[in-house]
Design a protein around this ligand. Structure first.
Ligand code: SF4
Length: 484
């Protein structure tokens, strides 16, 4: 069995593979060092990331490897020596954007043949996409997928050494390469991926096809990473996974997400622990008690309902009914009073009737979500729902979407209004985008609070009195800093 087959079957031990990739990093660093000596500056890279936080976290890994290989980040894309598109295929719109950008790079590559263009991420796990890029965008140098992100140093080295295009997309891997470098942009909050893939096959979603089955990282490696983040000064970690509630099930040793939370809660320097995303069918009482009992675990739960009608939920393959979802919310609120619950909702799923939609509005009114990400259903080629003949007309989807938004926005605002005049504790994240004297932080319930402050407050927990509320954020006045 050759190395690649072994790796694909997860036989190679992770440390061995990490060491192998480190060798390639050294080779590329040597090449880059020569460039730096000749030109008096480093080669530059630019990463364009699409999609979810897991993709953002993957890009941080790419950035870490690139820094290790002697690159520096470019401020402007067109000044770079290496451009990477880390793609997403959850929405077709994002895919078209990638093709547009790739087309636009042809001229740049003609002017500078040394420019290296790489594409990776979920889109590349679809063979037809890879074929299309190979045929229509011949100026692309490297194509790789989500399962072999860690082999990027090797692929880059091969391009630098041969000048030939490299396409390497693995179908799946049982392996998780640990201990590769990572470069995080934020100094206060860090994302930590705890598991990869998804086993659920919701009928509208492409993720299980492109990210593979669930694979959990070992508890030990996650604890070590979070401990290190604490030592580096990070105050908040967000644990990432497509369905964090089933973390550990594949390890078959009694590991669970709740147990992980209890362990992470012991790490001194970390003040706050968040996580996303939770599938309602897998949210156990054990986990509810862990959220309640762990003082650092934020009192916010993102619990995608997707639809209110039991019939639609069944067709979405969500494996819970409207009543089960409402019961779950009741159980959560009884155990953790004051917890904020947010959600994702899709309107216009194939076959959704007006009555089904009214069930969604009913759930929204009954649960009173703090906020919701709302989407109009859009076909995702390759998923069962896309093949259904009973697609909902666009104008009906739009009308339902607006009605849903109106109800949800009213509720979000009403919930925020309850905070007017109260004081809340927030972790200060940094200056706001529009005004350098205004700083932003979040409550444990994930509400954004803006206030007048200064840089010294970054990474600190402060108390703010809420003076003004809006639908999506709050404004306040600084009262005190809790020195931690
Ligand atoms: S739980 Fe469903 S929606 Fe979430 S990633 Fe898995 S298949 Fe997609």
């Amino acid at each position: 069995m050759n190395r690649d087959t072994q790796l694909r079957k997860g036989i190679y031990v992770e440390a061995e593979e990490t060491a192998r990739q480190r060798q390639f990093m050294n080779e590329v660093r040597e090449i880059n060092h020569q460039y730096e000596t000749e030109h008096g500056k480093k080669k530059l890279y630019y990463i364009q990331t699409y999609g979810c936080q897991m993709n953002e976290n993957d890009s941080e890994r790419l950035a870490g490897m690139l820094t290790e290989m002697g690159f520096a980040e470019a401020r402007v894309r067109d000044e770079s020596h290496l451009i990477i598109f880390n793609t997403c295929c959850v929405r077709e719109h994002a895919e078209s954007k990638v093709y547009g950008h790739l087309g636009g790079l042809k001229k740049l590559k003609d002017e500078n043949p040394d420019l290296i263009i790489a594409v990776c991420g979920c889109m590349m796990q679809q063979p037809e996409v890879v074929e299309h890029i190979k045929k229509s965008y011949r100026h692309v140098d490297i194509i790789f997928g989500t399962h072999n992100l860690h082999t990027f140093p090797e692929l880059l080295y091969r391009v630098l050494a041969t000048g030939k295009t490299v396409v390497d997309v693995w179908d799946s891997t049982g392996m998780i390469a640990e201990d590769l470098p990572i470069e995080r942009k934020d100094g206060v909050k860090a994302w930590v991926t705890v598991m990869y893939g998804c086993n659920n096959f919701c009928s509208y979603c492409i993720v299980p096809y492109v990210r593979g089955r669930e694979r959990s990282r070992s508890m030990e490696s996650i604890i070590n990473e979070v401990r290190m983040l604490g030592q580096q000064g990070y105050k908040e970690v967000t644990l990432l996974g497509q369905n964090v509630n089933s973390y550990g099930k594949d390890l078959n040793d009694g590991t669970s997400f709740a147990k992980l939370l209890y362990e992470l809660n012991k790490i001194e320097q970390i003040e706050r622990i968040r996580f996303t995303t939770s599938h309602p069918k897998d949210l156990s009482d054990e986990l509810i008690y862990a959220i309640r009992d762990c003082n650092k675990v934020c009192k916010h739960l993102h619990l995608p309902v997707q639809a209110g009608s039991t019939k639609v939920l069944k067709e979405m393959n969500r494996k819970y009914t409207k009543e089960q979802y409402l019961d779950l919310v009741d159980r959560i609120r009884k155990n953790i009073p004051g917890i904020a619950i947010t959600t994702d909702i899709i309107v216009g799923f194939p076959g959704e009737t007006e009555e089904d939609f009214l069930d969604t509005l009913d759930v929204v009114e009954k649960v009173r979500f703090d906020s919701a990400f709302t989407f109009m259903y859009s076909k995702r080629t390759g998923t069962p729902a896309a093949k259904r003949p009973d697609q909902v007309p666009e104008e009906v989807k739009k009308e339902r979407f607006e009605r849903l938004l109106e109800v949800q926005n009213r509720i979000s605002r009403e919930i925020n209004e309850l905070l007017l005049g109260t004081t809340v504790e927030i972790l200060v994240e940094g200056p706001s985008k529009n005004d350098i004297n205004t700083f932003t932080g979040r409550t444990t319930t994930n509400k954004i609070v803006n206030f007048k402050g200064n840089r010294e407050l970054m990474g600190k927990i402060v108390t703010v009195r809420i003076d003004k509320v809006q639908t999506f954020s709050l404004e306040g006045t600084l009262e005190e800093t809790a020195e931690k």
